[in-house]
Ligand binder design. Structure first.
Ligand SMILES: Nc1ncnc2c1ncn2[C@@H]1O[C@H](COP(=O)(O)OP(=O)(O)OP(=O)(O)O)[C@@H](O)[C@H]1O
Length: 257
C-alpha cells in the first residue's frame, strides 16, 4: 500500500500494532467494544469521533496506560507486557504526546529530552545531549534548550514533548489531541512537525480534531462512535463519501464549525 497522493510518501509495511477483539469497561461503561485494528509499519492512522467515543482510551491501551479486560494487543508481534522491565521497554517503544503538556516543569528543555535515554537506555550524557540537540533542532526549538518549559509557548512545549518522545527512538508514536490546548497560531507549528514525521515514515496513531492534518498526512482514518470502530477508509474516501449515518452526521457538524 502506498500513501494517498496528497502527502504520505513512505511505503507502508507489515503490521506493527495489532488489537484483536479488545474489550474494556469503566465500571458498567463498555468503553471499547470489539476493537480490531492493525497499524502497519510506516502507516499514519488518524482516529476521529465524537467526544466520549473512546479515542483517548484506545490510545492509552496501546501503551498500557490503561489495562484492557479481554482481547490482545501486540507490538511487533509481541504481546504487551503488563509490568516490570518489559513494560518500561514498551513505553520506550511507544512514544506518546498528550493533549496537556507533558514535560517535567523543573527540568530544562534539554534535560527533558535527555533524561529518558539516559535512564531507560543507559545512553551516556554527552551522547544523549548531542542527540537531544539534534532533535530540538529538528522540531525548531534548539534555541530554547536551556529554558524551563514554563518559559516556552504552548506550541514550543508540544514540540519539545515530540522531541522527548523521539529521543527514545520509538517504533510508533501516539498523539492524543496534541494541539487541543494550543492557541490557533501555535497549532500549525505542531502539525507541521507531525506532518514531516509522517512523510519520513514514522508509524503514527493520531487522535485529533484537525481534519486538515487528517486529509494531508493520514493513510487511513478510523471513525469511532460509542466505543466501536464504525468505519475506516482512506481520507479522500472518508471525507467525500462517508458510509455510516453517524460519520455523515459527525462530519457535517465539525465541517460547518
Ligand atoms: N478513568 C476513567 N474512569 C471512568 N470513565 C472514564 C475514564 N476515562 C474515560 N472515561 C469515560 O470513557 C468514555 C470514553 O472516554 P475517552 O476519553 O476515551 O473519549 P474520547 O473519545 O477521547 O473523548 P474526547 O474527544 O472528549 O477526548 C467517556 O464516557 C469517559 O467519560
Amino acid at each position: 500500500m502506498t500513501g494517498s497522493a496528497s502527502v504520505p510518501t513512505a511505503e507502508v509495511g507489515q503490521p506493527l500494532v495489532e488489537l484483536r477483539d479488545v474489550q474494556k469497561y469503566f465500571g458498567s461503561l463498555h468503553v471499547l467494544q470489539d476493537i480490531n485494528m492493525s497499524v502497519a509499519r510506516g502507516e499514519v492512522v488518524v482516529v476521529i469521533g465524537p467526544s466520549g467515543s473512546g479515542k483517548s482510551t484506545l490510545c492509552r491501551t496501546i501503551n498500557r496506560l490503561e489495562p484492557i479486560d479481554s482481547g490482545t494487543i501486540t507490538l511487533d508481534g509481541q504481546p504487551l507486557p503488563a509490568e516490570g522491565r518489559a513494560l518500561a521497554r514498551l513505553r520506550a517503544d511507544v512514544g506518546m504526546v498528550f493533549q496537556a503538556f507533558n514535560l517535567f516543569a523543573h527540568k530544562t528543555v534539554l534535560q527533558n529530552v535527555t533524561l529518558g535515554p539516559m535512564k531507560a537506555k543507559g545512553v551516556k550524557r554527552a551522547a544523549a545531549q548531542e542527540e537531544a540537540m539534534r532533535l530540538l533542532e529538528r522540531v525548531g526549538v534548539a534555541n530554547q534548550a536551556n529554558k524551563l518549559p514554563a518559559q516556552l509557548s504552548g506550541g514550543q512545549q508540544q514540540r519539545v514533548a515530540i522531541a522527548r518522545a523521539l529521543a527514545m527512538k520509538p517504533k510508533v508514536m501516539l498523539f492524543d489531541e496534541p494541539t487541543s490546548a494550543l492557541d490557533p497560531e501555535m497549532i500549525n507549528e505542531v502539525l507541521d512537525v507531525m506532518t514531516s514525521l509522517a512523510k519520513e515514515g514514522m508509524t503514527m496513531v493520531v487522535v485529533t480534531h484537525e481534519m486538515g492534518f487528517a486529509r494531508r498526512a493520514a493513510h487511513r482514518v478510523i471513525f469511532m462512535d460509542d466505543g466501536r470502530i464504525v468505519e475506516e477508509a482512506a481520507p479522500e474516501e472518508f471525507f467525500t463519501r462517508p458510509k455510516s449515518d453517524r460519520a455523515k452526521d459527525f462530519l457535517s457538524k465539525i465541517l460547518t464549525h
